[in-house]
Ligand binder design. Sequence first.
Ligand code: ADE
Ligand code: ZN
Length: 344
Amino acid sequence: MSTQEFIRNIPKAELHLHLEGTLEPELMFEFASRNNVPIPYRSVEELRQAYRFSDLHSFLKIYYQATAVLLREQDFYDLTWAYLSKIYSQKVRHAEVFFDPQAHTSRGISFETVISGIHRALSDGKEILNISSRLIMCFLRHLPAEAAMETLQQALPFKEWICAVGLDSDELGNPPEKFGTVFDEARKEGFLTVAHAGEEGPPAFIRQAVERLRVKRIDHGVRCMEDVQLVEELRAKQIPLTVCPLSNVKLRVFRDITAHIIKQMMDASLCVTVNSDDPAYFGGYIAENYMAVQQAFHLSESDIYTLAKNSFHASFLSKEEKQAYLSELDRFVSSHALIENVVA
Ligand code: ADE
Ligand code: ZN
């Protein structure tokens, strides 16, 4: 089995994925046509040409624009289902996915329409593809905290379907502490918490997310490496970091994949996971992210195994569910080693 096949077939969890970021150009054109929504591109190729970003902000402009084609419950179902079908072939056994309700409610789409379509697809994902999942509702941090609080209220009737709240969108100028009260309220309602921090923002934002928002995971967090004390805290507490290598290159956090800091994070014994963020825009789903890092840093199969193990440990699954996936992972790795020995 080649390393590529090993990466593709190893059981893994995805923990950092924006459903709106899985909107492939082909699907965008399909939705635009069936919903009669004009889009300012003549072809799939022209649209792909527009995917050249200088930073997070330049990407988000296109990302929010694209959501205009999503109108009906079925659109949210189809979007989510397309993602699940894709990751099924990459051996993602469990997915914890973000959605941005405010990107839709601000356009007059009801919260219920959005979440019903997503939830129905995730349920079918479990039933038909045997992929388990959790849903994480993100607040858009470029909007006021009051808008996030309103969104939290809208979510309460659907509490059973949402496992955690998160924080995304433009990081610079929007520190985690801006949402301290909203996250306090969310935790009171029983939601777990995560936050994007240290993607473009400074290490201080990571510390705020941990201390003020009491997050269970940091999304991205790559800039933690600028603060030795912070690295030590994240390591000691084993707070997981959901790293998205291809995203960081596309959004120019790093010059290219060889300049990425992920190997240093792994070497510092941080709980690192590999994820895809917005795969329709960044040139790859989870397996392509693993492969990019493997090739850049010559990761061994044992490193890949560690990353996959971390992905289940860092998930919001129950202890028993984690154990079941970790056993499946171990069975895969042992049978792989057995086959390799026979071949050798
Ligand atoms: N929303 C979608 N992708 C994002 C990212 N990489 N950072 C912040 N917000 C996002
Ligand atoms: Zn993200």
